[in-house]
Design a protein around this ligand. Structure first.
Ligand code: P53
Length: 476
């Protein structure tokens, strides 16, 4: 057997986001977040964003899986699996319920004190995303979300407050989750969740989004700088949704299109990691006639706020083809099925080798430590007669991806510092709001309509992952 397959101290663990599991949406002084006005959808049926909370709608994130009251039991299960780290986010609305207050909500701060203490009790390192799709809804209604530059200050105040408060409890931070999702601005969901943007009919969507993105990149850079002043040991990262794009064929046009699609990821990562926009970004503004306001001093801020590592999610790859006659839709017009790989029930194309490829291109480009903070398999789980869930398909998915990550580390020399399984405990799907799209190694008794006891139980993957961690990745 090979030894030292994974570096010592490798951060194995699980990942979640506050709004997808906490529930307690109006408890402890919490304000309404953007996730609280999103209804449930399903594969092919979009979630609705309602104008405030309206009677007669089901809002799955209001209850989540009630981690808010159940966190001790859940953390104990994570500890049983041997987690070295646990990634979650801080609900901004627990700390600043409306977002524009000057003083934080002590009860919200206390909740995360308790959660982090509970994790640290088991030597589980908290890994914290500051904004995972949940800005205060008040900032959306009153300020227009991140299209408004004032949100930079609100975000910085929030970040500074929690970084000071938890400076001895949390070392790993990330600023904005999957900041690049909003590159698909034709969809309402992504700009809303990333930036709190609700479009008006006469908006130039592209300009509105890239302006908001600029504000977020400035806010992120400011927070990186301030964070390092609060505690020089902090590791502060960005977070990228890495769906690598392949050219459908060796047609040079396909290759060039692929390059252009990849810029929808590099655009963000370049600023986070290199401290400046890429050459192609400015050309894109020019060509598309976008007026992006960059205030004096912004470029300096970006330069001084480069991240320490890159957090990334990886679920699937995609392929593009030039000169397609029929286009899927505006946002994904050049996308085609990859005939070499299979897709999940939700159409996500499963591609473990794509993870090795992704780690390589990211590391080559930025030479920064990489942290895979999301990887996992959303599937419909069946409870067997003996009460067990035999999720061997999930084990296969995770094993295949971990094997490719191992190759990136040992064959390619990529510096990967950790790996957290997305939705280690079943939770509300972000994209569809469903419960039945499950990722967990821990089952939660709750269905799409909100029925169920919320009881927790272990799936087959629970003991499997425990062994993976115990053997530091040698036993897969
Ligand atoms: P759900 C698209 C592509 C890659 C990751 O997603 C994505 C998305 C958005 O659907 O989102 C991340 O729950 C996100 C999590 C989310 C997870 O992937 O739609 O950071 O909040 O739950 C899985 O199956």
């Amino acid at each position: 057997m090979m030894s030292n397959k994974f570096p010592e101290g490798f951060l194995w663990g699980g990942a979640v986001a506050a709004h997808q599991l906490e529930g307690g949406w109006n408890e402890g002084g919490k304000g309404i977040s953007i996730a609280d006005v999103m209804t449930a959808g399903s594969h092919g049926v979009k979630r609705k964003i309602t104008d405030g909370i309206q009677d007669g709608n089901y809002y799955p994130n209001h209850t989540g899986i009630d981690f808010y009251s159940n966190y001790k039991e859940d953390v104990a299960l994570f500890a049983q699996m041997g987690f070295k780290c646990f990634r979650t986010s801080i609900a901004w609305t627990r700390i600043f319920p409306k977002g524009d207050e000057l003083e934080p909500n002590e009860e919200g701060l206390k909740f995360y004190d308790n959660l982090f203490d509970e994790l640290l009790k088991y030597k589980i390192e908290p890994v914290i995303t500051l904004s995972h799709f949940e800005m205060p809804y008040h900032l959306v209604k009153e300020y227009g979300g991140f299209r408004n530059r004032q949100c930079i200050d609100f975000f910085v105040r929030f970040a500074e407050t929690v970084m000071k408060r938890y400076k001895d409890k949390v070392k790993y931070w990330m600023t904005f989750n999957e900041i690049n999702n909003q590159a698909d601005f034709e969809e309402d969901l992504f700009p809303f969740c990333n930036s709190g943007i609700i479009f008006n009919e006469d908006d130039n969507r592209e300009e509105v989004v890239y302006q908001a993105v600029h504000h977020e990149l400035v806010a992120s850079a400011k927070v990186v700088k301030i964070g390092h002043e609060i505690n020089p040991d902090f590791k502060i990262g960005c977070m990228m949704a890495m769906v690598p794009i392949y050219p459908y064929s060796c047609d040079p046009e396909d290759m060039m299109l692929c390059e252009e699609e990849m810029r929808k990821r590099w655009y963000y990562a370049d600023v986070h990691c290199r401290g400046a926009y890429g050459n192609y970004a400015k050309k894109m503004w020019e060509r598309n006639g976008l007026n992006i306001v960059i205030e004096p001093g912004d470029e300096q801020i970006l330069k001084e706020g480069k991240v320490d590592y890159i957090g990334l999610s990886y679920y699937m790859s995609a392929a593009v083809k030039a000169n397609l006659e029929t286009k899927a839709n505006e946002a994904f017009k050049n996308f085609v099925k990859n005939p070499f790989i299979k897709a999940s029930d939700w159409g996500w194309q499963i591609d473990p080798v794509g993870l090795r490829y992704t780690l390589n291109i990211l590391y080559d480009r930025y030479q920064l430590p990489l942290f895979i903070v999301e990887n996992g398999f959303g599937a419909i789980d069946q409870i067997s007669e003996d009460g067990m869930i035999y999720d061997d398909y999930r084990i296969t998915y995770l094993r295949n991806h971990i094997e490719e990550m191992e190759k990136a580390i040992n064959l390619d020399g990529v510096n990967v510092i950790g790996y957290t399984v997305w939705g280690c405990i079943d939770l509300i799907s972000f994209g569809t709001g469903e419960m039945k799209k499950r990722y967990g190694m821990i089952y939660v008794d709750r269905d799409n309509e909100g029925n169920g006891t919320l009881a927790r139980s272990k799936k087959l993957s629970f003991d499997w992952y425990k062994k993976v961690i115990e053997s530091n990745g040698q036993q897969l």
